[in-house]
Ligand binder design. Sequence first.
Ligand SMILES: *Cc1c(COP(=O)(O)O)cnc(C)c1O
Length: 439
Amino acid sequence: MKLYSTRNPKHVVDLETALFQSLPPDNGLYMPDHLPVWSPEQWQAIIPCSFQEIAFRMAKAFLQEDVEDAALRRMVEDAFAFPVPLVRLGEKRFVLELFHGPSLAFKDVGARFMSRLMAYFLEKHQREIHILVATSGDTGGAVALGFHRVPGIRVTILFPSGKVSALQEKQLTTLNENIHSLEIEGSFDDCQHLVKQAFLDPELNARYVLASANSINIARLIPQSFYYAHAWAQLRRMGITEPPVFSVPSGNFGNLTAGVFAQRMGLPVKAFVASTNVNDEVPQYLQTGVFQPRPSIPTLSNAMDVGNPSNFQRLSSLFNQDVQQMRKWIFGYAFNDQQTLAEIRRVAETEHYIVCPHTAVASLGLNAYFQDHPSASPGVFLSTAHPEKFANIYSEEIRALPYWPPLPTAVQQIMQQPSRAMRMKNDFETFKSYLLEDL
Ligand SMILES: *Cc1c(COP(=O)(O)O)cnc(C)c1O
């Protein structure tokens, strides 16, 4: 697969370069130079298949020039050893549960695939790398669990002290071995700044091969297209033939961009709903045609508190930077925290189902779309996290409901482990000497 930079289509690299570089030097984003297209027969053929089998076939369509079949199959089976069920809540309302991976959020899909793809190339060339990540919570957990014990990779995670949830902190600080976490006395922005300084530091770069695992890496994006196909296959198995509407709870818009990849491959899709909290730059763009990044506003669905969505460039390039074209496929809706809480309660009471705050925003978006565009299509909203990750926002009453989803035993075990984060002041020299001494 060849990839080009959204800033300069003439800047073309191979998959391995894009994987380890994450970002092109011109500050654009890497995009596949073409997307594979499947025939209707190829789509039909996946209807009876498991998630792992669908993932393998789609991964092969993207990566067959880069990874041989047997290795790709191993990678996919190891990365996606968890179910992605489609649950029916009403005649036309379905929820795709993306939270059954080890970190209980959909970011597992991208992080686990990327880590195994990196390990594949590292082993081939006998290389080792050091990954540095700043996290506000969800990304760090998915990266920690996704890279745990992956050969050739050492990970250092920086998180802001006191600003991640109890479960997130356990995921970040209990793994050890090749995963190291630093509790920084500062904000998420401070963590991110420390990581950026490290990437620019000549001494550190002379000593180590540093890499990032952030969400703009193309290897995190591609695997997210697989579960859209799996959702469609499950609908077909239920006898539903109309193409679905997908409502995607969005922050950096990686998830939605991956959905458009699947649709361009030929997956039957009626429309996408870009569902956001009050950080609504993309719904605003769809309305006005002007993209206006803003400082982010804190909300209950905090993994979507993004003021300048990093995948907007990619999304926009898929529609030739033309808002008219994007409007044919993507419909934007934004909701505040009060609406989010009311939707959590409504879904619990009327559908006997618990949604996390991000998923509640997607549910609202789907309902709003159908109100404005009545159609026979089924609606699928993506459930991006287990509610336990945001347990503090629910009333005792909702937490006690019998249909609160159970916690997997692996996660219960993590809660019992001692945390081993090292506390560090927000100071680059301290961080740098830690890296130089300890790695
Ligand atoms: C990251 C995240 C999102 C937003 O996904 P994007 O791909 O950044 O749009 C939504 N929900 C949860 C739970 C997340 O962790």
